[in-house]
Design a protein around this ligand. Structure first.
Ligand code: HEC
Length: 124
């Protein structure tokens, strides 16, 4: 009996394809959620621009102007980001799991580490 096996194979390939594309969509959804987490909890202090963002201002002194805005920084490892967000860091308070869940935190970390292409870089 060859047929049922063939049908099963076709079904399996289809199922694998579906679940793979499902993962992609899920990943995109998580990053969208992370953008909201960022906007709600972090952006106010950490967006680019030292005038309006105390975190960025502070890091421009303690790190350097290039490292002042945290989005896109590759030197911030996931372990380090996890630690800072949960425990806080000097003047920055930590965030509890009721504010940012573990899943949300992992997505937020991915979002923060995405390379940021600025207008100036894009024009080069
Ligand atoms: C109320 C302002 C404020 C908020 C909100 C805030 N931070 Fe901060 N954050 C700071 C300040 C200020 C520092 C610098 C600490 C210092 O030197 O006192 C800092 C430092 C950091 C650092 C360390 C960077 C480095 O170079 O070592 C990371 C990472 C960070 N914040 C991530 C986050 C994330 C992620 C969020 C959102 C979940 C967030 N922060 C929310 C103010 C804030």
């Amino acid at each position: 009996m060859v047929r049922p096996r063939l049908i099963f194979r076709a079904w399996l390939a289809g199922a694998m394809l579906l679940s793979a594309s499902g993962t992609g969509a899920g990943e995109a959804r998580k990053l969208e959620g992370a953008e909201r987490t960022w906007a709600f909890y972090c952006e106010g202090c950490h967006a680019a621009g030292i005038e309006e963002h105390p975190g960025t201002l502070r890091l421009s002194y303690t790190r350097s102007p290039e490292l002042a805005a945290i989005r896109g920084r590759q030197d911030l490892t996931p372990e380090y980001l996890r630690q800072i967000v949960r425990m806080g860091y000097l003047e920055m308070v930590g965030f509890r799991k009721t504010e940012i869940s573990d899943d949300e935190l992992e997505a937020l970390i991915k979002f923060i580490r995405l390379p940021v292409v600025t207008q100036a870089q894009g024009e080069k």
